[in-house]
Design a protein around this ligand. Structure first.
Ligand SMILES: Nc1nc2c(c(=O)[nH]1)N[C@H]1C(S)=C(S)[C@@H](COP(=O)(O)OP(=O)(O)OC[C@H]3O[C@@H](n4cnc5c(=O)[nH]c(N)nc54)[C@H](O)[C@@H]3O)O[C@H]1N2
Ligand SMILES: Nc1nc2c(c(=O)[nH]1)N[C@H]1C(S)=C(S)[C@@H](COP(=O)(O)OP(=O)(O)OC[C@H]3O[C@@H](n4cnc5c(=O)[nH]c(N)nc54)[C@H](O)[C@@H]3O)O[C@H]1N2
Ligand code: SF4
Ligand SMILES: [Mo]
Length: 764
């Protein structure tokens, strides 16, 4: 049952205003400055903002959207400014703080309260049976972890979780450590995020990454933005789409919610965005039922085949299909069986709407599909992505200007971490190269992903959890099960910048190891260091911290991982951890020898702006087993809701960064001073016998008959797609059963939970 932490959500303060019809503009600048100044003060705010996303500056930790080649002085957005200054905050969590608050007391605090206490300053330990964290020296902390790791029956009883905040150098060293210790247990936030994209693209194109560049977006005739809320989560994508529009391109948005950023954008970097009406973004808006996208693309594909039948040789790119693909005949036969009846039911759209999209597609010489969590976090997320690949292949919309696939990544280096080998199922070719370079035999057994990791801890098969740069307990589904799993560990270790729930949900022994953030200056024995990251479009570049570190007792992630490795594996092995800590360029030299595409890494990343990793799709190569792109036949699937039920999606408010709410507002959606709310279409409310502002419990049902409940949510009548509901994550993670995962990718189905709403009190 969901815990209501006492100071979370005084629901009665809920205020609702009409949803906004544009994103950014002057209010965005004002909100960014207000939060930044309150956290970091004027001097640090100025320092962070002046160097944010500049060639020699701090890579924005906000999201993985790339930087344009011609940089503005203000190359950031409202949320980027908030993210970096949330890290640059002048508030501090000290040993006195931990003496004052027991772990049990901290566990009653909200996620927002924990984050607002400030930066962590020194290593802390909670010993077995203790009620409080107490200070511990770095060496002793590493000693505890090394003893625990070396005492396990098998290295596979330990797991090393990371989020995409981690930089390339530390990520490379972390996977090297885990593998030389003996395990591939490297779950990461990708497992809950774009894993379905990696799986779907890997199967069909042979590479799990996007193929387009920013220039492609600017030059495209038609850009689909599907299952994504760029106004909040990738705000500068709106500048790119503004450019698309200026060049005569068109945009189709597919979303159950009329998100402000998809409607209109007022670019705060331009005078016209400050005083004018801004740029309309979506030419066509399709208010789709959650989970309906597979059916949508299947019908578009059927319509393309039929348009070709009607005017042979004018619709499909037969030369492209013949030269580059396999499976077309089977795909075509299967696609012709898709029925309007099924598609209209699954999508909630009209026939005219979908036929209108076909006309847009036929008129476009180049098409891009962009997507994010609205596609990946569904049971059939992988088939949906395979299907949109077929949609692009039919007209040769891959590997040429203005065309291609664009999974828009979340965390700023989530793509880079995978490139560096943070993957529980990394290919053998990577392990071969790693073993050769460092003269050891890496383990070949696949490791746990995030869901398998929780199952293993729950069942006593994993006993040590090390988390780097994330908040696993709040990120994962089935919160109660995940919390119990972590509490059953003998040791939990969190390498973090700020306090979060994963520090209050402890194993028998728990360690907090505080680290430098992106914005902190990183000085090692050979001098000041920089790190590198890879964005959503495979651009690899530097990030260099500019601020005085939050405390003199912090170590960098590279240093923490290296010292932990030395202590665990012993000194004198084949891996020069100490040299790596002193000079990160030496780590990059090794990356260059192990990871494809990184030849001459140090020299190429020294160039301002860095370099772009090659994508074989853009060279007409498909590294699939057949060497061709693959048309797939995907079973028809959509989310069937029993009468009286809705499909709940859990999403981000405008004022949160993943598991961490910054404030209680969701400005663009008109929600103020509350987070325990659920947005539902007024016609659905009427049918369900509910009224706006009713207080309800959200109850999810699972195939085994079990129920999960999140208590005390206020209903908000909202222009959402019929049959759907939307609520914030992480408060609703409790509703997603651990076993409710996407096929193939194993991603929790955070956007497709079947729920009913139970009224608990009359409207107040
Ligand atoms: N400010 C801010 N920026 C962030 C983050 C953050 O927390 N805060 N997080 C970062 C991370 S890690 C990630 S992964 C990204 C996430 O970026 P998004 O994917 O944009 O994030 P969500 O809030 O999960 O929003 C999902 C969107 O998909 C829509 N949607 C839900 N279900 C469906 C469906 O079935 N079909 C369609 N077509 N649409 C659907 C929702 O209405 C919503 O607009 O953002 C990154 N950037
Ligand atoms: N229901 C539901 N669940 C979801 C999602 C959803 O849409 N709905 N989205 C999923 C997605 S897409 C993702 S990516 C995950 C996110 O899951 P995570 O990545 O695990 O969570 P974050 O909230 O990003 O982690 C925040 C913490 O990272 C630490 N941190 C920040 N910067 C640094 C740094 O530079 N170094 C170090 N060492 N630590 C740092 C801070 O201590 C902070 O408290 O959640 C997933 N869970
Ligand atoms: S779009 Fe993303 S990376 Fe760019 S400034 Fe905004 S939050 Fe940062
Ligand atoms: Mo993500």
């Amino acid at each position: 049952m969901s815990k209501t932490r006492p100071d979370v959500d005084p629901q009665d303060d809920l205020k609702v205003t009409p949803p906004k019809t544009y994103a950014a503009g002057v209010p965005a600048v004002a909100h960014a400055m207000e939060y930044s100044l309150a956290q970091a003060g004027p001097k640090r705010t100025l320092l962070t903002l002046l160097s944010l996303n500049q060639a020699e500056g701090i890579d924005c930790p906000g999201c993985a959207w790339p930087d344009p080649k011609h940089r503005h002085k203000n190359e950031y957005c409202e949320n980027g400014a908030k993210h970096v200054n949330d890290e640059a905050t002048t508030r501090r969590v000290t040993r006195e703080f931990f003496a004052e608050h027991s772990v049990a007391e901290l566990d009653t605090k909200s996620d927002m309260w924990l984050n607002h206490q400030g930066r962590l300053t020194e290593p802390m330990v909670k010993r077995p049976g203790a009620t409080h964290y107490e200070p511990i020296g770095w060496d002793d902390a590493f000693g505890i972890i090394a003893d625990e790791l070396n005492g396990l029956a098998s290295p596979d009883e330990a797991m090393f979780y990371t989020s995409g905040r981690l930089n390339n150098e530390a990520a490379f060293l972390l996977q090297l450590f885990a593998r030389s210790y003996g395990t591939n247990n490297l779950p990461d936030c990708s497992n809950m995020c774009h894993e379905s994209s990696g799986s779907g693209l890997g199967e069909t194109l042979g590479i799990g990454k996007g193929s387009v560049s920013l220039d492609d977006i600017h030059e495209s005739d038609l850009v689909f933005v599907v299952g994504q809320n760029p106004g909040t989560n990738h705000p500068r994508m709106l500048s790119a789409l503004e450019q698309t529009k200026r060049n005569g391109g068109r945009v189709i948005a597919v979303n159950p919610l009329p998100e402000a950023g998809l409607i209109r954008f007022k670019n705060p970097q331009k005078p016209s965005g400050v005083v004018g009406r801004g740029t309309p973004i979506a030419d066509v808006f399709l208010k789709i039922r959650p989970g309906g996208d597979l059916a949508f693309f299947q019908m578009l594909n059927r319509l393309l085949l039929e348009a070709e039948d009607a005017a042979p040789g004018t619709v499909l790119d037969h030369d492209y299909i013949a030269a580059n693909t396999i499976g077309f005949e089977e795909f075509a036969a299967h696609t012709r069986t898709v029925t309007w009846e099924h598609v209209l039911e699954a999508t909630g759209l009209t026939r005219e709407e979908i036929e209108g999209v076909l006309q847009e597609v036929l008129a476009a010489r180049s098409v891009i599909v962009c997507w994010a969590m609205g596609l990946t976090q569904h049971r059939h997320g992988v088939p949906t992505i395979r299907e949109l690949v077929s949609f692009l292949l039919l007209r040769g919309n891959l590997g040429r200007r203005g065309a291609g696939v664009c999974p828009v990544r979340g965390h700023s280096n989530v793509q880079g971490d995978r490139t560096m080998g943070i993957w529980e199922r990394v290919p053998d070719s990577f392990l071969d190269a790693l073993g050769r370079e460092f003269s050891f035999e890496p383990p070949r057994r696949h490791g746990f992903d995030s869901v398998a990791g929780v199952r293993a801890m729950r069942d006593g098969r994993a006993r040590v959890f090390v988390g780097v740069a994330g908040n696993f307990v709040r990120a994962m589904s089935d919160s109660d099960v995940t919390e119990a799993a972590l509490r059953s560990c003998s040791l939990t270790v969190q390498i973090s910048t700020k306090l979060n729930r994963s520090h209050t949900v402890c194993g028998e022994t728990a360690l907090i190891l505080p680290t430098l953030g992106r914005s902190d200056r990183d000085v090692q024995a050979t001098g000041e260091q920089f790190v590198t990251v890879e964005d959503s479009m495979s651009e690899v570049h530097q990030s260099r911290g500019r601020l005085d570190p939050a405390s003199p007792d912090l170590l960098s992630e590279v240093a923490i991982i290296g010292r932990l490795a030395r202590r665990t594996l012993g000194e004198g092995g084949t891996i020069p951890w100490e040299d790596f800590e002193a000079d990160y360029a030496l780590v990059r030299d090794r990356i260059a020898r192990v990871v494809p595409g990184f030849d001459d890494f140090n020299a190429r990343v020294a160039v301002p702006g860095g370099f772009r990793l090659p994508n074989p799709v853009n060279e007409g190569r498909f590294p699939t087993p057949s060497g061709k792109a693959v048309f797939t036949c995907n079973a028809l699937d959509h989310l069937d809701t029993p009468p009286g039920h809705l499909v709940l999606q859990s999403l981000r408010s405008h004022d949160q960064w993943n598991t961490i709410p910054y404030a209680m507002n969701d400005r663009y959606r008109g929600i103020h001073d509350a987070r325990r709310i659920v947005m539902v279409n007024p016609d659905d409310l009427a049918e369900l016998g509910l009224a706006d502002r009713d207080l309800v419990d959200i109850v999810s049902i699972w195939t085994d008959g079990s129920e999960r409940r999140a208590e005390g949510f206020r209903v908000v009548a909202y222009p959402a797609a019929r049959g759907s509901a939307a609520s914030y994550y992480p408060e609703t993670n409790v509703l997603v059963p651990l076993d409710s995962v996407a096929e193939v990718s194993n991603t929790p189905t955070s956007k497709g939970v079947i729920v009913r709403l139970e009224r608990v009190a009359a409207a107040g």
